[in-house]
Ligand binder design. Structure first.
Ligand SMILES: C[S@@+](CC[C@H](N)C(=O)[O-])C[C@H]1O[C@@H](n2cnc3c(N)ncnc32)[C@H](O)[C@@H]1O
Length: 205
């Protein structure tokens, strides 16, 4: 166990958020850098046309569009109106897509609606991880799949370089998934072309 970085998995929960013109600029930036994670997510979660996906912290919506390409229905949830504005601007209108303001701790969806819930480069911003996992469990149908993807960062990293997880933080999130009643929890590694990522996948019991 690495004790040099005791930070919790949501170590950027106090991030000021992405609002106004700055938020829109970040949205455009995430459009570019989020593509690889989005492609990885549909592969790892094995998304098909039978799925209903909720993307928690969807940002400009790259992963939502990947799910739509596979024929799934998808809902992008984000607390930032600026992010949702970018997502709507760059996504073709469709009956299969919904954008809604919300957060991990309060997902605006009915119980058991989703077959897949994922959160890409976002769990490290959640205010309350236990509440987020409770909500993910609530909105997932039985046997639904949960997926978190986070950039691999070095223990002790600071500033921009710290936005992600060390191995211990990925393992700690996996342990919290088990505590919150998820099964078959698995920590994996992926390569996005922009560096390594952790994938934590789990099944709703
Ligand atoms: C680094 S961006 C990632 C965006 C997108 N998932 C991607 O991969 O391109 C983090 C996103 O998390 C959102 N966010 C921050 N706090 C959140 C929370 N408590 N619940 C859900 N999303 C949150 C932010 O508004 C932002 O859009």
């Amino acid at each position: 166990m690495d004790t040099s970085n005791p930070l919790p998995v949501n170590h950027h929960a106090d991030h000021p958020g992405f609002s106004g013109a700055t938020g829109m600029l970040f949205g455009l930036f995430f459009l570019l850098v989020g593509r690889a994670n989005a492609r990885l997510a549909v592969e790892v979660a094995k998304v098909s046309a039978d799925d209903r996906v909720i993307d928690i912290g969807c940002g400009p919506g790259g992963a939502v569009r990947e799910a739509l390409r596979r024929g799934a229905e998808a809902t992008g949830v984000d607390p930032s109106p600026a992010m949702l504005r970018v997502a709507r601007l760059v996504t073709r209108t469709s009956a299969r897509v919904t954008w809604v303001r919300g957060a991990a701790e309060r997902i605006p969806a009915e119980d058991g609606w989703a077959t897949v819930v994922w959160s890409l480069a976002t769990v490290h911003h959640w205010k309350d991880v236990a509440a987020g996992l409770r909500e993910a469990h609530r909105v997932l149908a039985p046997r639904g799949r949960l997926l978190a993807v986070e950039r691999q960062v070095e223990p002790g990293a600071t500033g921009v370089a710290s936005h992600g997880w060390t191995r211990d933080q990925a393992q700690s999130f996996a342990a919290q998934c088990r505590t919150m009643g998820f099964e078959s929890v698995d920590v994996g590694e992926g390569e996005t072309g922009r560096g390594g990522v952790w994938t934590v996948s789990a099944i709703r019991s």
